[in-house]
Design a protein around this ligand. Structure first.
Ligand code: ATP
Ligand code: MG
Length: 427
């Protein structure tokens, strides 16, 4: 088999493993997502192998391997620096609670193994010499650009409810249609999503939102009614989600995952605090959560500044500028930039363009953005004031930072130490 879309080293290593299994007297094929992606001309990230060899036979052939999923027949073989998943032909039965199967039965025939797979486009395998086995018309469906269950959709979704989200995810990421019967089966089984762990649902939704066609996926999620039936809270209404989906396009491809999530939460109109709780409930990793929440905190700080401002009062603009600078310092430049990008994507009108230009110029004029850039250290301040370090120090340093960032003070060690003394006296 000639791989065009897999890294050459990986293709080579996978070929060696398949050849090794064949030489050991077993059957072995490349299978699943790697063939789908290769046939679509999309990058292949991993090459999975399906074999008639039992797990212990696989382990006997390859000294360097890890029994990653022994009970399910999966052995990870380490070959030429790559990890390849080798899984024994199997069927599954007795799905408890509409998730993982209770019994895995190893079978002798590759077609039986293909039948347990979720969608026709994921149920193709290929031999070392390039012969494809495709009993369910996966290649035809790749050409038609459609996601179709292997077998009876309603049954397949009932067995494993996560497949419904995988269906939406593949339709979204690949920009495929969903076959009529498959969609109908999904609608009939959608309540079963309540049985799936939040982490697994979140992982699929992440791939939808962070993928190349989030609007498509969100539209499908909306129409399917799946997410409100999951275990995690889902406070979005259809119109929130539709509005956010439309605006996602305005963010462009290069915008980070963080901003996509911030936009979705912004559409919800909830506080940064609520967003934080929601992301926690959805088991998002801490780094994503804090990044998203920081963007929403900038929004809150700016909204608060706007509502406190009295446009007719003299110096109102200057007040706003200071509030903005405090927000940039408080939540970080990256969160501030993020919020400006969202404001543009969400507003996209003349007024928001003027606002974002102004806020950007205020940010650009800031002489310092972090404590590290300040010309004095905490050490120098405590020494000059002859005081023991304490909570007062952080407060004072931030006052200095704000003063330098706003242009009230020059970032010069002596001047800053004098200012520190004044501030300490006024305290
Ligand atoms: P990607 O890795 O890009 O998500 P993939 O198709 O490789 O796509 P995996 O989750 O790695 O997806 O699964 C490998 C293969 O195992 C799939 O191609 C499919 O044949 C099968 N499979 C995975 N999950 C399920 C499931 N829930 N039900 C049935 N078959 C599945
Ligand atoms: Mg995969």
């Amino acid at each position: 088999m000639e791989w065009r879309m897999a890294p050459p080293g990986m293709a080579e290593a996978a070929g060696t493993v398949v050849a090794g299994l064949l030489a050991g007297g077993h059957e072995a094929y490349f299978v699943g997502g790697c063939l789908r992606d290769e046939l679509l001309g999309r990058p292949v990230h991993d090459i999975d192998i399906t074999t008639s060899a039992l797990p212990e036979e696989v382990m006997a052939l390859f000294p360097r391997c890890v029994p990653t999923g022994l009970a399910h027949g999966t052995i990870t073989v380490l070959q030429e620096g790559y990890s390849l998943e080798v899984t024994t032909y199997r069927t599954e039965s007795g799905y408890a609670d509409h998730r993982r199967p209770e019994h895995v039965v190893f079978v002798r025939n590759v077609r039986e193994d293909l039948r347990r797979r979720d969608f026709t486009i994921n149920a193709i395998c290929c031999s070392l010499d390039g012969r494809r086995i495709d009993p369910f018309g996966g290649e035809r469906d790749l050409k038609l650009r459609v996601i179709r269950c292997v077998g009876e959709a309603e049954e397949r979704f009932e067995e494993d409810a996560l497949r419904m989200l995988r269906c939406v995810r593949f339709a979204s990421v690949l920009d495929f249609a969903i076959a009529k019967n498959t969609w109908r089966g999904l609608l009939r089984q959608r309540d079963k999503l309540a049985h799936i762990a939040v982490e697994r649902v979140r992982a699929e939704v992440e791939r939808i939102v962070e993928g190349p066609h989030p609007q498509r996926g969100l539209g499908l999620l909306l129409r399917s009614g799946l997410l409100p039936r999951g275990k995690a809270p889902f406070p979005w209404t259809g119109s929130d989600l539709a509005a956010a989906a439309a605006r996602l396009a305005g963010l462009g491809d290069l915008e980070s995952a963080r901003l996509r999530w911030a936009l979705l939460l912004h559409a919800l109109g909830s506080s940064a605090q609520c967003a934080d709780e929601l992301l926690r409930a959805w088991t998002f990793p801490g780094a994503t959560r804090t990044g998203v929440v920081a963007v929403l905190r900038v929004r809150e700080a700016w909204d608060a500044a706007l509502s406190a401002a009295r446009p007719e009062a003299s110096g109102a603009g200057e007040q706003l500028r200071r509030h903005w600078i405090a927000a940039v310092l408080g939540h970080g430049q990256s969160a501030a930039e993020g919020w400006l990008t969202l404001l543009e994507a969400a507003g996209a009108d003349a007024a928001s363009a003027v606002t974002t230009r102004l806020l950007r110029s205020w940010t650009a004029e800031m002489k310092v953005r972090t404590l590290a850039e300040l010309a004095v250290s905490g050490h120098e301040v405590t020494a000059a004031l002859e005081k023991r370090p304490g909570p007062w120090l952080g407060v004072l340093l931030h006052q200095l930072l704000l003063a330098v960032a706003s242009g009230d003070l020059v970032n010069d060690t002596q001047l800053l130490l004098q200012a520190a003394q004044r501030m300490d006296r006024d305290e």
